[in-house]
Design a protein around this ligand. Structure first.
Ligand code: AMP
Ligand code: GLY
Length: 433
């Protein structure tokens, strides 16, 4: 059966959710009509594509979605997936796109994910789980080493330690300050190479890969400064050559899907493969059970076709890859963040120039409408500008022309998104345009 959802609810309020809602709102299926897209809680900035949906009693959101006649719910943020929102919508009779909490342990527990990879022969770095600071010290046999707090930490629970002093600083944050809460630490072998993220729509063992992306996690140009949730991303099928792409599918993606079925882990949702292209071949760093942010803002502009219908079918266990298609070119997304990000955000600074952006799309994250009806800042990552091009150079020209139009006090962005990591050494893992 081919589904044509009429009312789609996007759960979340960030840049990823704005991009998802934007993409869903353009889904024109064979019926010729796009669905009405709602957002919960949504944001002012998403209003161009998704009206805000409200419920009086938040604990009733699942039943209220059914009563409102939502044909499909797409859940963006990891916290809601970890809190089992997808299964709770399903239990209320609403078709939901997102894995249930049991399977989301692939993201919420580094140890669970590592055991899963080892059990199913998926290439990944060696690792030891340590429950005390002393156990971590003993497990560190070489430097650099990667220390990962075993829980959800908004991308901030991972430290790449070059020295003993850096190991000690992370141990202090985890075991003395309790910065991420309670939990052990995975001590992992340091892997080298270009990184790539692959988002895959997964439905009961069937799958459809979206074009790969590379995100830029450090705050500053040249991959310098602190880790962030992501300062931008570049996406294109051409990011990887065919041989590497095949190896990833055969050695990582397919064994993962077989593993989910074998382990009895139901999965209908996006699955994010974070990979390192090492000299030993592609190796898994992490799974996330959702679309990446800002990968969504780069990848989704390349998606064409009836995305809402595709996801509704996949949510019902009938994934049909030919309901969507992917553009051949390149897409780049550049995040404009508050000056204080990632340590803090900005509130109430006027944002100008949004209407002057041409040949690019603005996805709102930390913004709100001020009393004067103009957008102002309201967060750390404020917005992302995304643009497509037939070549990487064309996408870059358009995206940075867009970025130049948008201004707010203290705005910070990287100038090397989609540029860094495209030198000769990096091309070992993939193709350039
Ligand atoms: P994770 O949350 O596990 O993806 O880690 C966040 C980031 O830390 C990754 O995107 C990589 O940049 C880096 N990272 C994670 N694991 C390793 C590793 N074993 N070797 C080198 N870098 C890593
Ligand atoms: N950009 C990395 C993530 O979404 O986890």
């Amino acid at each position: 059966m081919t589904r044509h959802p009429k009312q789609v609810l996007v759960v979340g309020r960030g840049g990823r959710e704005h991009a998802l809602a934007w993409c869903l709102a353009q889904s024109v299926g064979a019926s010729g009509t796009a669905p009405t897209v709602w957002a919960y809680p949504g944001s002012d900035g998403m209003a161009d594509v998704a009206a805000r949906w409200t419920v009086e009693d938040e604990t009733q959101v699942f039943d209220a979605a059914r009563a409102a006649g939502m044909d499909l719910v797409v859940i963006g943020p990891e916290q809601m997936l970890a809190d089992d929102w997808a299964d709770r919508f399903r239990a209320a009779g609403v078709p939901a796109w997102g894995a249930g909490a049991e399977s989301v342990r692939l993201e919420t527990s580094k140890q669970f994910a590592k055991d899963f990879m080892l059990r199913h022969g998926i290439p990944t770095g060696r690792a030891v789980l340590a429950r005390t600071a002393d156990a971590v010290r003993q497990a560190v046999t070489a430097l650099p080493v990667v220390l990962k707090f075993d829980g959800l930490a908004a991308g901030k629970g991972v430290a790449i330690c070059q020295s003993e002093a850096e190991v000690e600083a992370f141990l202090e944050a985890v075991f003395v300050e309790g910065r991420f809460g309670e939990g052990p630490v995975l001590v992992e072998e340091y892997l080298e190479g270009p990184e790539v993220s692959v988002m895959v729509a997964v439905s009961d063992g069937a799958y459809c890969c979206f074009p790969p992306a590379r995100d830029y996690k450090r705050r500053n140009d040249g991959d310098d400064g602190p880790n962030t949730g992501g300062m931008g991303a570049v996406a294109s099928r051409q990011l990887l050559d065919d041989a590497v792409w095949r190896t990833i599918e055969e050695t990582v993606i397919q064994p993962t899907l077989r593993g989910l079925v074998e382990d009895g882990l139901p999965y209908r949702g996006f699955l994010y493969f974070g990979l390192m292209l090492t000299a030993r071949g592609p190796m898994m760093l992490e799974y996330n059970c959702r679309f990446g942010d800002p990968e969504a803002q780069a990848i989704l502009p390349l998606v064409e076709g009836d995305v809402a219908g595709f996801l509704a079918d996949a949510a019902a266990g009938q994934l049909q890859p030919d309901r969507i298609a992917f553009a051949d070119g390149w897409s780049v997304s550049v995040v404009q963040a508050a000056g204080a990000y990632p340590l803090g955000g900005s509130v109430g600074d006027k944002i100008t120039g949004l209407d002057a952006v041409r040949e690019a799309q603005v996805f709102h994250a930390g913004t709100r409408l001020g009393e004067d009806g103009c957008y102002e800042t309201d967060g750390g990552r404020v917005l992302a500008v995304s643009a497509r091009g037939a070549t990487r150079a064309e996408a870059l020209e358009r995206v940075y022309a867009g970025v130049e139009q948008v201004r707010f006090a203290g705005a910070h962005w990287r100038r090397d998104i989609g540029r860094l990591h495209f030198d000769a050494a990096m091309r070992k893992g993939g193709a350039d345009d």
